[in-house]
Design a protein around this ligand. Sequence first.
Ligand code: BGC
Length: 817
Amino acid sequence: MKYTDIISKMTIEEKAAFLSGKGEWQTREIERLGIPSIFCSDGPHGVRKQAGAGDHLGLNESLPATCFPTAATVANSWDEELGETMGEALGEEAMALGVNVLLGPGLNIKRSPLCGRNFEYFSEDPYLAGKMAASYVRGIQSKGVYACPKHFAVNSQELRRMAMNAVVDERTLREIYLTGFEIAVKEGKAKTIMSAYNEVNGVYANENKHLLKDILRDEWGFDGIVITDWGASNDHALGVAAGSNLEMPNPGLGSARELIEAVKSGKISETDVDERVDELLDAVMTLYVNAQDKPDTFDKDAHHELARRVSAESSVLLKNENGILPLKKGAKVAIIGDFAFDPRYQGAGSSLVNVTKLETVTGIVGEYDLQVVGMSRGYNRSGEEDAAMKKEALDLAAGADIVLYFFGLNEDSESEGMDRTHMRIPQNQITLLQELGQANPNLVGVISAGSAIEMPWHHYFKAILHCYLNGQAGAGAVLDILTGKVNPSGKLSESIPRRLEDTSCFRYYPSRERTSEYREGLYVGYRYYEKKGLPVLYPFGFGLSYTNFSYSDAEIIPGKNETADSSGGIRVTVKNVGDTDGAEVVQVYVGLPGAKVFRPEKELKGFKKVFLKAGESKTVTIPFDDKTFRYFNVKTDKWEIEEGTYEIRVGASSADIKLFLKCHVDGTTDILPYDMEKLPSYYSGNIENVPDTEYEELLGRVIPDGRWSGQLSENDAFCQMYYAKSGLARLVYKKLTKMKKKADESGKPDLNTLFIYNMPFRAMAKMTGGAVDKEMVHGIVKMVNGHFFSGLGKVIGGYFRNSSKNKAYEKLLSNTK
Ligand code: BGC
C-alpha cells in the first residue's frame, strides 16, 4: 500500500465514509488529512458537468461543452487515432470544466439492436469496441483526467437494468462481453472502471469477485479504482471485499455504517477496507495534483471543427447508384425532412450534452454550391400524419433534380432506461418516402439513428448515407460528404439485419424474467449471421467510398514462433484505383475450418484505416496479437489455442473478403472443453431455441430460476409491484405505469419515470442522501408484500433510528476535523 501513513491516521468512520460519494458527483474530502474531493461527470461523447442541481438522467442543464458524435457513430470510423484525438479533446474540456473523472466511454456489446443505449456503445464486436474504447481512454487520460470505461459487465439490456441477472456461460463472457474491457484496461490503461447495475451469474457486478478481482485486477493488472454505476451498489461491504472502491452517488452515511458493521462482525476484513482506501487515495491525490494550474477554457471552435471531422469520418455510405453522390456543383436539390431543421445528433439520458453550438442542414446549406429549390419538414416528428406538410414536400420534390431526405429514429425511439420493442422508423416517414419516390426517383436518404433499423424501404433510394448520431457539427459533415468535399470512409460497426426476427437473441431479449439468459452464446451479430448463412441487408464492416481500392500481395509475416503471442501478422498492399483521394479500412478476420471447439466462421482480429491519394498504394501491416487465435477453454479455465490451419481473411468488410491466407498454429492443450454431441445447437449455429438441457451443458450448471416468486424482495424493481400482495402497492404500480405510458405517448421519454419504474427498492437507500436506509427499505418491502402495519412500523421506527445514527456519525466525523 502506498498511503499507509495517511491510512494509519484515518478513523474507521473516515475510511468508510471516504468509500462512498458525498453528492451526485463528488467524493468526500477529509480536510484534516489533506484529502481533497474529486468531481466525476458524464460522459462518453461530451462533458456533462452540472454546475447546479445534479442528476444522473440528463434532466438538469449542464455547462456548455462540445457534443461529439456518440460511440455508435465514432466506431464506424474504425480509426483509433481519431478516437484518441477526440479523447484528448474530451479530456481537455473535462479539465477546463473542473471534472476529474469522465464517466465513459461505454462499451457494452450490442447484443440486440433493441437495447435503448446502443447509441452509447461501440459495436457488436468486442475487438473493435475494445480498440476504440482504448483509444478514447488514452486520449482522455493524456490530459490528466481519468476515463471510466463502463458498464462492467454484461449490461446489454435497459429493461429492469438494476434488477436483472445476466446468465452467461464463461466462454461467452470472456470472448464476447469482457474482451473489449480487457483491451480498454490493458491497452488504454484505464484508471477507473464503472461496475454495471446488473448481476452477472447471480452476483451483482459490483460485488462480483470473479469480475473485479480474479479477472480485472489479477489477470488484467488493473491498478485503478472501481466506481459503481449510479445506484448500482447492493451490499457495499461485499463490493469493497470484491474490489469496488467508490459507491456513487449519494447513499448518505448508511453505506458507510454498513461497512463498519461488516468489519466489526467479521463479514469483511479491515484490510479490504484499507486496500480500497489506498487505491482511492491514489486516484484522488493524483487527480488533484493533475488539476492544479490547468487552463479553465478550451478552444470551442477548434473542438467544433474536430467534432465535424469525427462525424465526417464516421458516416457510412450504404448505397450510391449511378454515382448520384457526390452531388454535382450547382445541383438542383430539395431538402426534405424534419431532421434537416432539428437534427437528432445525440441520445437521451445521462450522456446528454449541452452543446456549445449546433449546426443544422437548413442553416448552413447556403454555404455550399447547391441550388436549393426549397426546404420542407415533410413529416411530423411525433409520428402524426400531416397532409399539408406532405403536400409541400411533394411539390418541392417534383421541382428538383435530386431530393435529399433527412429522416430516422425519433427521440422517443431510443433512450437510456428503455429498450426498443421493434426496429422500425415511424410510419409517417416511410409513407412520405414512398410518395417522394413517385414524385422524384432521384432520392438520397440521410439517416440519423443511434442503432440498427429495419430498412425494407431502402430500394426507394439511389443513395443512403447513415450518419448515426453525429454530434453538434453533424450537419456540416453531412453536407461535406454529399457535396464531395469529404470522401466517406465509415464502415458499419454493427450488422444491419433485414428484420428483427433475424437477430440471434430475438427469442431471448429483453428478458421478461428476473434472469436474462444469454442462450445464443458467442453468436452475436455477424458471428451468428455467418454461421447460420443468414443474409443481412448491410454486413458488419461495410461502407462505400467515392473511390475504389484494390488489394494485392497479401502475406503472412512470420512471428518469432507460431504459437500464442507471435509477433507475426499480415502484410497487404492496398491501392486507391479511383480518381478521388480516400481512406479504406483494411479488416482481418480469422477462422478455423473444421474446428473441434465450436466457433464462429470468422472473427475480427485486426484492422487498420489507411488514407490513400488517388492512384497511391501502400503496404499495410496488421500484427497478430494475443487475441488472434485464442479461445477460452472452460475445462482448463484458461485462454488456449486450438491447433490447426487457420484461415486469415483480409477484406473490405466481413462479407467482402479480398484475399485468403493460411497459417498453421500449434495448439496449447489437448483438453477439449466440450462434448460435441451434447452441444449440437452451438456447433451448428442453430441457437434460436436452445433446449434447457443443452444450455445447462454449455453453462456447466443448472439454469437459475428466474421466475418471480410470490414475495418481492429489496432487489425487485418497482415495476414488479404488479405482483405485490398489497393493493396499495399495486395501485402505485398502476399509477407509475400510467405515467410511463403517458410519457411514451408524448414522444419524449420521461427518464425520471423510467428510472423509478426499473429501479429496485434497495436503490432508495442508495440515492437519497441518507434520508432512507436499509431498514426503512425492509419496511417498505414488507408493506408491499402485504404486511402493512409491521412494515410501516419499521419505516417509522427506522426513520428515527436512521436520523439519530446519521447525526451520531456526522458528529464523529466532525470531531476528527
Ligand atoms: C448511467 C451511467 C452514468 C451515471 C451517471 C447512470 O444511470 O448508467 O452510464 O454514468 O448514471 O450519470
